[in-house]
Ligand binder design. Structure first.
Ligand code: FAD
Length: 472
């Protein structure tokens, strides 16, 4: 069966578009954290939407599943195949056009996020989606995971940055929804179905992205606070004062920052003293005359006088801004070097973030004495990566055996506060069990109904997102 499938794919797409060597397949069978390793008969690299449609039809004829892949930077095993053909969008990587007046950009799904940001910049516009993996993740993956990143507080998630889509459906038909409209109330919003669907409902092949006016200036600051309550108050004060000029508000515990300093070369706090919590604020403006350092200074002075912050520093050069961002961005790498870590990607209403962190700290300390919480993340969105580092001097494997139990406790806590057990990384295969446990039967029924309507044979990325019926 496999040989006939490969022959048909090669005949339709050409020899070089269908790879079967173990060496070629190895990088796409494993996700980058090494949590999952899959199997696949072939890696297919189509060059056009027509090729994608042809691939889908051929796989259907051979009754083989298809697993779309972008940059394979996902953190929940969503792109790891379980016997299906891996369909990489990497050859479909072109920025097709930019309309600086309509503020839109047409792209192929395999375009790298950083390339899209640069193309917007060159056209005098701005594409705000920004995340640590932007040099390797691809826009089709970003849209399929509804990626978040650091600018959600001002511009929303990936879902909010899309006006139109082209999608290859499970039966090989192509849905052309490439509309560049800001107003279009002509029935159901079909594109929303595919955004955040992690490849289970269709394969995104092109998109019309929403751009924003180009930023003329940016200012970054790092503040030290005595608690997450104060950090939240700083966010509130800064946003009240700066409004939409506030582009990012990231927080990290003092322990998270100290790990980055310990393990990553060149990382050092620019503040003299030590603090319980650090907050990174980024302001950005389209107004060339805006005095952002003065605005930042005023916001921080207010906060200092109100004893909301203990100290702060404003970056006065691009290099200083980058150094501050580097502290935040290298926390996961530092945590890895410190030993075993159990990860969470939860969201609660922004105003409840400090309470969530305090309760989660107490909960885990009870369950694993000596455990070291590494709380950091997108404070302005209520999205905290409440990670845990193993207690000093303990066995890594023994600690990681607590992964599942810890996840359940932390997810239950988030749920009890009206929160989410997956704020921005999605479900993939890592969290299907939590879907069964924490989503209502009604919500799962609705999702299954959508899946059955769009992919009745369950060929598109099976086993991802939706738990099996008997699991809920
Ligand atoms: C260092 C680092 C930092 C990160 N920071 C963030 C962050 O701040 N915020 C955040 O949200 N995520 C973050 N991530 C996670 C990851 O980068 C995002 O989920 C990203 O959007 C995935 O894009 P990708 O191209 O790598 O997708 P992949 O990993 O290749 O795929 C992800 C999912 O989308 C599906 N898919 C891919 N392409 C298509 C397509 N064309 N059509 C249909 N389905 C498709 C796949 O089947 C899979 O289920 C980070 C990851 C790393 C490694």
């Amino acid at each position: 069966m496999s040989d006939a499938l490969i022959q048909d794919l090669k005949a339709a797409l050409g020899e070089r578009a269908v790879l079967t060597d173990a060496g070629d397949l190895a990088p796409v069978l494993e996700e980058q954290r090494g949590l999952y390793r899959g199997a696949s008969p072939a890696l297919v690299k189509p060059a056009s939407t027509a090729d994608v449609a042809e691939t889908v039809k051929i796989c259907a004829a051979h009754d083989v599943a298809i697993v779309p892949q972008g940059g394979n930077t996902g953190l929940v095993g969503g792109g790891v195949p379980d016997g299906g053909v891996v369909l990489s969008l990497e050859r479909m990587n072109t920025v097709l056009s930019v309309d600086p007046v309509n503020l839109t950009m047409e792209v192929e799904a395999g375009a790298i996020l950083a390339t899209i940001q640069d193309a917007a910049q060159e056209a005098g516009a701005y594409f705000p989606l920004s995340l640590g993996a932007e040099g390797s993740c691809r826009i089709g993956g970003n849209l399929s995971t509804n990626a978040g990143g650091v600018h959600v507080v001002r511009y929303g998630n990936a879902r909010d940055l899309v006006l139109g889509l082209e999608v290859v459906l499970a039966d090989g038909r192509v849905w052309d929804g490439m509309r560049a409209l800001r107003k279009d109330n002509t029935g159901y919003d079909l594109k929303s179905l595919f955004l955040g669907a992690e490849g289970t409902l269709g394969i995104i092949t092109r998109a019309v992205l929403r751009l924003y006016p180009k930023l003329q200036s940016k200012t970054v600051a790092l503040a030290g606070c005595g608690s997450f309550d104060q950090a939240l108050e700083l966010f509130h004060m800064a946003r009240t004062r700066a409004g939409d000029v506030l582009m990012a508000c990231e927080a990290m515990s003092g322990f998270a920052l100290s790990l980055a300093e310990k393990h990553v070369e060149g990382v050092a706090s620019p503040l003299e003293g030590r603090h319980e919590v650090y907050v990174l604020l980024e302001f950005g403006s389209t107004d060339p005359n805006a005095d952002l350092p003065a605005l930042m200074e005023a916001a921080l002075t207010d906060a200092y006088e109100a004893t909301v912050i203990e100290d702060a520093v404003i970056a006065h050069s691009g290099a200083q801004s980058e150094a501050i961002w580097k502290i935040r961005e290298t926390i996961p790498e530092a945590q890895k070097k410190e030993g075993g870590s159990i990860k969470h990607d939860v969201a609660v209403p922004v105003s409840q973030t400090p309470e969530f962190i305090a309760r989660a700290n107490a909960l885990v300390a009870d369950l694993i004495p000596g455990v070291r919480p590494v709380a950091f993340g997108h404070l302005g969105d209520g999205n905290i990566h409440f990670n845990l580092t193993q207690p000093e001097g303990t066995d890594k494997k023994e600690f990681l055996d607590h992964w599942h139990a810890m996840n359940e406790k932390i997810h239950d806590l988030a749920a009890s506060m009206g929160g989410s057990f997956s704020a921005e990384h999605g479900i993939g295969q890592l969290k299907t069990g939590e879907m069964a446990r924490l989503k209502s039967g009604t919500e799962l029924d609705l999702m299954r109904a959508v899946k059955t309507a769009l992919d009745p044979e369950n060929r598109l990325n099976p086993g991802k997102v939706i738990p099996p019926k008997d699991a809920s």
